[in-house]
Ligand binder design. Structure first.
Ligand SMILES: Nc1ncnc2c1ncn2[C@@H]1O[C@H](COP(=O)(O)OP(=O)(O)O)[C@@H](O)[C@H]1O
Ligand SMILES: Nc1ccn([C@@H]2O[C@H](COP(=O)(O)OP(=O)(O)O)[C@@H](O)[C@H]2O)c(=O)n1
Length: 235
């Protein structure tokens, strides 16, 4: 933290990329090291999906867009810092749903939900409010292209799909979730495809983003690389 005193220029760091490549891990660590706020925008789309599943707007027949949009207009989505985790947990209508949004059921519907214009409109607006003062590291799919097209630093993360699937599988089974590697791989590939081909704000690398392939990098190596870049940009 000493290398980033408050008189340094505050910037916005946008981290976009494919599913399960380590965006949130990287963004959280970078934010902690430089005293910035970390915002996991994927958690927001996941919370909306949980809301739809719980309240019947998402069911066996798919997503009822109108019902979900109506629910969302009344919903309160916010973050609160959890000192134990060293990051913010996501709250849906006052309930901490951080541990409820990562499972395969939410993962299987979230890309459908995130393709809905009204959902994106509301969440992008909230994200822009959260980053207004700068000093944020935000990760997602459209941060460098839509949410903060003028972000001072844009990173586009990627990793080999088999490595990404293995990482997410280890994470989920480590938490006791009953899931197979094949299911995880399939979800990851389907979401990447849906996220890249949707009509509104598809996942794509911003022209001025720097690509970071972390297939064979440790988080320590990623941090070393990022902190040097950030040091130069905020000098
Ligand atoms: N450099 C890395 N090497 C190995 N595992 C990693 C690395 N970065 C992240 N992970 C692990 O990969 C999984 C997915 O990371 P996460 O940050 O949730 O990805 P994303 O936000 O892109 O979905 C997590 O279990 C995380 O601990
Ligand atoms: N800025 C964002 C962030 C997430 N999303 C959507 O939300 C889903 C879940 O995002 P996530 O970051 O939690 O996904 P993982 O990479 O953790 O698997 C993505 O697959 C996208 O469909 C989005 O559309 N835009």
């Amino acid at each position: 933290m000493e290398s980033f005193p408050p008189n340094k220029k505050k910037i916005i760091i946008a981290v976009d990329g494919f599913s399960s490549c380590g965006k949130s891990t990287f963004a959280r660590e970078v934010a902690a090291r430089i005293g910035y706020i970390f915002i996991d925008t994927g958690a927001m789309y996941r919370a909306v999906t949980l809301l739809g599943l719980r309240r019947g707007a998402i069911g066996p027949d798919g997503v009822d867009e109108k019902a979900l949009t109506d629910l969302l207009s009344e919903a309160d989505i916010s973050f609160r810092f959890n000192p134990g985790r060293g990051a913010s947990d996501i709250y849906l209508d006052g309930e901490n749903v951080e541990s409820r949004i990562r499972g395969i059921e939410v993962s299987n519907s979230v890309s459908r939900v995130s393709s809905i214009g009204a959902v994106r409109e509301k969440l992008v607006h909230l994200q822009q409010q959260m980053g207004k003062q700068k000093g944020v590291v935000m990760d997602g799919r459209d941060i460098g292209t839509v949410v903060f097209p003028n972000a001072e630093l844009k990173i586009f993360m990627t990793a080999d799909p088999a490595i990404r699937a293995q990482r997410r599988y280890a994470e989920l089974t480590g938490k006791g979730e009953q899931v197979t590697l094949e299911e995880v791989m399939q979800n990851l590939l389907e979401r990447d495809h849906a996220d890249q081909t949707r009509a509104i704000s598809p996942l794509r690398k911003a022209d001025d983003a720097i690509v970071l392939d972390n297939s064979f990098m440790t988080i320590g190596e990623e941090l070393e690389w990022a902190l040097e870049l950030i040091g130069k940009l905020t000098a």
